[in-house]
Design a protein around this ligand. Structure first.
Ligand code: AMP
Length: 439
């Protein structure tokens, strides 16, 4: 299957050639024809599967064809709502790339920055609006945005919306857009609250599912280093100054931890910057750009700040600290090995993190190969692998009808990531980071 078989119009075909895309990803191959037919869609897919193009390309085509017929001025005809600024910006970049020859216009609105430039763009008129929920509703209330003529509505990363406490904002948005519309709904997972939402906002949707978790975990070369907490810095420097690490995305559990790692790397001559919710939007974008352009070797991130980050050709993901939620491990390592590139994921594990490791290995259904021969090997012996000990359930997802129950370890740890609906103010206005205090 090539893009030529998808009946795409010439201006889009041309843009895809420039992008270097020849073969659609599975979600694109399945979703594009459905969307072009005008049908509602539930796409079960996460970032990294090519889902942005799966909705952006057919939206551009539909709007371009309609414009040829009606030749009317720009008004917002397609609305894409996504949970974080980073995702919103990346979706905007995708529309710029794929739509560069269509003459269609778009803009991106998100919180945490002045609304002035955003309202200027809106006043000029746009065909496509990409928005985070809080700022979108603010601008609707101020009458800068009129959503009464939306033909296509995309809800992106619906499960994250739920996690981040956006669900009420989403419902408010749905209440003010036309009932007669095409709706495209994307979510990496389908918890019951999300399934309920789909049944209330979609009409006879087609369902497309891709399962990147299994393939991600399979194509990425994973390795594990048992190391004492106090030796992690030494091990990190040892690896980063070694031969084969060209660029590394390093994960810590807390913002404070991210800053500390950056200071140590800097002091030892490894160029690094941190991205997390305490950094301004400009600082985060700047750091991401410098990392993409290879001006810095390491980007140190917390999970939420890294969500949606799109970097091709990233050689290494390093888990400086293991996540306490096992699915986060799969999300993290999925940042490397993208678009067919080989990737390596290295994880450090100290004595206190062994329970996290056990949960991760259970989830991915295999034990991560251990690198024993390194100068910072842990003084306490490694336990037998969880895989060998406890059996496993298969990769990524519970079996049909099975809810993933939290293990006693998880319950003891009290789900420290703070998942839950509590919400004190608009998350997207305070940055995409909104979990507990020092995350
Ligand atoms: P997404 O899941 O939308 O975040 O896309 C993941 C990455 O894959 C992005 O860097 C895209 O530019 C890239 N990508 C999407 N579709 C294709 C394709 N058909 N061929 C090659 N790269 C692609």
């Amino acid at each position: 299957m090539s893009f030529k078989n998808l009946n795409l119009i010439e201006p889009i075909q041309r843009a895809l050639v420039t992008e270097g895309y020849t073969i659609p990803t599975p979600i694109q191959e399945q979703a594009i024809p459905i969307v072009l037919q005008g049908q509602d869609l539930i796409g079960c897919a996460q970032t990294g599967t090519g889902k942005t193009a799966a909705f952006a390309i057919p939206i551009l085509q539909i709007l371009h064809e309609k414009r040829k017929l009606r030749n009317e001025p720009s008004r917002i005809k397609a609305l894409i709502v996504t949970p974080t600024r980073e995702l919103a910006i990346q979706i905007g970049e995708s529309f710029s790339s794929y739509g560069r020859h269509t003459g269609l216009t778009h803009t991106v609105v998100f919180g945490g920055v002045s609304q002035y430039q955003q309202t200027l763009a809106l006043k000029r008129g746009v065909d496509i609006l990409i928005a985070t929920p809080g700022r979108l509703l603010d601008l609707v209330n101020q009458k800068f945005i009129n959503l009464r003529q939306i033909d296509i509505f995309v809800l992106d990363e619906a499960d994250r919306m739920l996690d981040m406490g956006f669900i009420h904002d989403v419902k408010r948005i749905i209440a003010i857009i036309p009932k007669e519309r095409q709706t495209l709904f994307f979510s990496a997972t389908m918890p019951p609250a999300i399934t309920k939402l789909t049944s209330s906002i979609l009409t006879y949707p087609a369902r497309v599912e891709v399962t990147p978790q299994a393939s991600t975990a399979d194509i990425i070369d994973q390795s594990l280093y048992y190391v004492d907490k106090g030796s992690k810095n030494g091990l990190l420097l040892h690896l980063l100054t070694g031969e084969n690490v060209t660029s590394a995305l390093i994960f810590t559990r807390t913002k404070h931890g991210a800053d500390k790692v950056v200071r140590i790397l800097d002091k030892n001559g490894v160029t690094a910057e941190a991205i997390h919710g305490n950094k301004s939007q400009n600082a985060r974008q700047g750091a991401l750009e410098r990392f993409k352009n290879r001006k810095i070797k390491a980007l140190v991130a917390t999970d939420i700040a890294a969500r949606g980050i799109d970097i091709d050709e990233l050689s290494h993901v390093i888990n400086f600290e293991l996540p306490n939620v096992p699915e986060t491990y799969v999300h993290r390592i999925g940042r490397t090995g993208r678009a067919g590139h080989e990737g390596q994921a290295i994880s450090f594990c100290d004595a206190e993190e062994r329970a996290f490791l056990k949960d991760i290995e259970k989830l991915i259904g295999k034990s991560i190969p251990v690198v024993k021969d390194h100068p910072y090997a842990s003084s306490s012996p490694a336990p037998a692998a969880a895989f060998a000990r406890g059996g496993f359930r298969g990769i990524g997802k519970p079996r049909a009808g099975e809810e993933r129950r939290s293990s006693p370890d998880e319950r003891r740890r009290g789900h420290q990531d703070g998942r839950g609906p509590s919400r004190s103010s608009r998350p997207d206005d305070r940055g995409s980071e909104r979990r507990s205090s020092n995350r």
